[in-house]
Design a protein around this ligand. Structure first.
Ligand code: HEM
Length: 422
């Protein structure tokens, strides 16, 4: 599990305090996918709250595993900032580096800092605050019904593609002012899926270009005819964002909403379908969907690790010497299960002080977590209501997690049920 580095960087004797020098752990390999809780425990035991790690291509970084350390890093954006151009490793990063979509600088809210970030995030917050949660629940329910109707008659489904991924994408696109149905919306949804999560044979770059073009068109249409949607509220906001800024931030909103919400839905369904505490028993009593959603955020959070923050200047963290320009990966899943906050080894999901939505200036902007909760809750409840005898079509141990340390979700979630025809 913990490999010695043996990396070319180590051989070239980097300065003391550099993550590579400290003997980085390669973030890769099957064990990371299947039992992350054990992995984080052993990393913490061997390296403490801040572990030296090697990203793809043996690029050194720090993985912040402690609850208080993640809170500290995210709470001090003057020390640990978001603009990836600060990175002291760019000369080692090839253009086709697999993590480029997450670290490659874009002029969006994600990479802005200080006053400029407050301006951009403020517009997003106010635009999202305008979303009526009852309407969102109703729209999400309608999207859920339409997706369920497509497979309800067959008595079986693969819920990741047919439901969990499709639903939040459609809800987010609609929230931004695209019509609920139609080929145009379908094309955007398909292109977003390809650009965020390309399958073999897909062309993510071409899809991403089409997403940009369609969002540009949406912004143009809403400039001419504003409506009751996120895009129009961003356009009308007194901060006066340019159209280009709004296009960038809309893409960030949709992308930031889609993957984590989809995996939140899927991980919650998996929990409810595999854990008897959630099974409907003879007395009809079972733990609620809300409890399952919250437990997933503590124990199986979608955004396991988030890249990241970049040190503004030399500093110390968790006993480590951090150099200006070092990259820090936020170990959100590890922080949630930190024994420092759960000393008796029990992780009690009864409150919501987890770090799954991060913390500080760049946290998932209020009220996005509430909207995600509405979408995820509606998705799970509607499915269980429409298909009440839904069960897994495979043994629980046959479910496979995606090979990613960044996003925790299943490869597929096959289910069966009594066919329903209307
Ligand atoms: C309606 C659904 C959602 C929307 C619209 C949304 C929107 C956003 C946006 C715009 C950001 C960028 C914030 C910034 O850099 O200032 C963000 C960040 C983030 N979101 Fe969300 N999000 C949604 C759902 C979720 C869910 C379900 C999760 C996880 C359970 C999540 C976890 C995060 C995390 C970890 C970050 C990174 C924060 C950081 O850099 O510290 N989001 N989200």
């Amino acid at each position: 599990m913990t490999e010695p580095t043996g990396s070319p960087f180590e051989q070239s004797a980097p300065p003391p305090g550099c993550p590579a020098h400290a003997g980085g752990v390669r973030l890769g390999g099957l064990e990371y996918q299947q039992t992350p809780a054990q992995l984080y425990r052993s990393l913490r035991r061997e390296h403490g709250a801040v572990a030296p790690v090697l990203l793809d291509g043996d690029v050194p970084a720090w993985l912040v595993l402690g609850y208080s350390e993640v809170s500290y890093v995210t709470g001090h954006d003057e020390l640990f900032a978001r603009d990836s151009r600060r990175w002291n490793q760019w000369d080692r990063i090839p253009a086709d580096w697999p993590l480029m979509p997450f670290v490659g600088y874009q002029p969006s809210v994600l990479f802005t800092e200080g006053e400029e970030h407050r301006r951009r995030a403020g517009v997003i917050t106010e635009a999202l605050e305008g979303v009526d949660q009852f309407e969102l629940a109703r729209d999400s329910g309608r999207i859920a019904d339409r997706l369920i109707a497509a497979f309800a008659g067959s008595g079986q489904a693969e819920l990741m593609s047919a439901y969990a991924h499709a639903l939040p994408m459609r809800a987010a696109v609609q929230m931004c002012g695209m019509p609920e149905t139609g080929t145009d919306t379908q094309q955007l949804v398909d292109d977003l899926r390809i650009s965020l999560d390309a399958a073999e044979g897909d062309d993510p770059v071409a899809a991403y270009t089409r997403v940009g073009e369609r969002i540009q068109l949406l912004v143009k249409e809403k400039r001419e005819r504003p409506g009751a949607d996120v895009t129009s509220r961003m356009l009308l906001h007194p901060a006066g964002l340019t159209d280009e800024e709004i296009v960038q931030d809309l893409i960030s909103i949709i992308a930031a909403a889609q993957q984590p919400t989809a995996n939140w839905i899927c991980n919650t369904l998996r929990l409810m379908l595999t854990d008897e505490r959630f099974a409907l028993n003879v007395s009809g009593g079972r733990l609620s969907v809300g409890e399952a959603l919250n437990e997933v955020l503590w124990l199986d959070t979608p955004t396991q690790n988030f890249i990241g923050r970049w040190a503004v200047r030399d500093t110390q963290l968790g006993g480590r010497q951090i150099r200006a320009g070092d990259c820090l990966v936020l170990g959100l899943a590890a922080a949630n299960t930190d024994p420092q906050i759960w000393p008796d080894a029990h992780v009690g999901p009864e409150n919501s002080a987890h770090l799954s939505f991060s913390h500080g200036e760049h946290r998932c902007p209020y009220p996005a977590p509430l909207l995600a909760d509405v979408i995820a809750r509606t998705a799970v409840e509607t499915l269980l209501e429409r298909l009440p005898d839904l069960v897994l079509a495979v043994e629980p141990e046959e479910l496979t997690w995606r090979p990613s340390i960044w996003m925790r979700g299943l490869m597929s979630l096959p289910v069966r049920f009594t066919p329903v025809t209307h």
